[in-house]
Design a protein. Structure first.
Length: 322
């Protein structure tokens, strides 16, 4: 039996969504220890999955590998479409796990486009490979007009920055029990609309933020500057998304971010991807207070939900044979 273990990711935002600049997208994010995926895979003559969510990913992996079957058991999972990157992690875990079960090797980065992964952001693929904090290079803009390139005609954006984050840093995850974020065809349509009308000036602000605040904060391990920078990156991205998601943050994320930002132990708060997950940056010395403030944010927003305080993950997927 092969066991694949990989973590969720936060997506802080993109560097550019305007066709006026030379490069489009360019994801910024970080890998998390929890929630995580633990997937068990064995050989089988036909496909057998312990959960329905696994089936499309497993079938794509089998098709890519030219195999007929496998048995997959999901012993731990990540909620889908909540801003934590479950789709890419499940797709790549299924691919790598099935390949290893049959004594084969596969490059998840090279295979990702055929699985429909890594088309906009390369953060999920990079965190599967190596974990940590990631900034990817994005795509050349001339290849992305009102219609994206055909499947298979692009490669996953390569990371231009990969850094470990300090072990004492933590991320507060506030996950309201609301509708899932956009995905699939709906997400594609919304992103196309955003790109067509995106203000290029926002990308200029992000470029300055990235080079003068965020990357130096990571290099020098300054948690306060890091938190403020990722929060600002989230707000700037939200200005692009506002017409598509009902505001700079997707409701009720705005209220959650507002309350979390008032916490004396949270250095920055924002929305991951399309939400509804909201994150805050804190440290291991303030875990209990940060969790309490996350619960207070849910109460202020009038919604139920869950609060976790988790470590950054500074390694990629772990694949073991048992």
């Amino acid at each position: 039996m092969v066991v694949v273990e990989t973590g969720a990711r936060l997506h802080f935002g993109f560097q550019n969504l305007s066709l006026a600049h030379e490069r489009l997208y360019g994801g910024v994010g970080v890998s998390l220890e929890h929630p995580r995926i633990v997937l068990e895979v064995t050989q089988a003559p036909t496909l057998s999955c312990s959960a329905a969510v696994l089936e499309p990913y497993a079938r794509e992996a089998l098709d890519h590998l030219g195999l007929d079957g496998a048995r997959l058991n999901l012993s731990e999972g990540i909620d889908r479409h909540v801003g934590l990157g479950s789709g890419t992690q499940l797709a790549l875990a299924s691919l790598v796990g099935i390949a290893r079960a049959y004594g084969r090797t596969v490059d998840p980065r090279e295979a990702a486009p055929s699985l429909g992964r890594g088309g906009r952001s390369g953060v999920g693929v990079a965190t599967f490979e190596r974990g940590g904090f990631v900034v990817d290079a994005g795509h050349r803009t001339e290849r992305f007009t009102t219609a994206p390139p055909a499947e298979g005609s692009w490669t996953v954006p390569k990371p231009i920055v990969t850094e470990h984050l300090p072990d004492e840093w933590r991320f507060v995850l506030v996950r309201p029990d609301t509708d899932s974020g956009l995905s699939g065809a709906d997400e594609d349509e919304s992103m196309r609309s955003i790109v067509e009308r995106a203000d290029p000036g926002i990308a200029d602000e992000i470029a300055t933020l990235l080079t003068r605040q965020l990357l130096p904060a990571v290099a020098e391990q300054r948690i306060g500057s890091f938190g403020a920078a990722v929060a600002r990156l989230s707000r700037l991205n939200g200005a692009w998304y506002a017409d598509e998601q009902g505001g700079v943050y997707r409701p009720p994320a705005g209220k959650l971010v507002e309350v979390m930002s008032e916490s004396p132990v949270v250095t920055g708060a924002g929305q991951s991807s399309w939400g509804p997950t909201v994150y805050g940056v804190t440290s291991d010395s303030a875990i209990e207070r940060a969790r309490e403030d996350g619960e207070r944010a849910l109460d202020a927003a009038g919604v139920d939900g869950r609060v976790e305080v988790v470590r950054p993950r500074n390694e990629g997927a772990v694949v073991e044979e048992q």
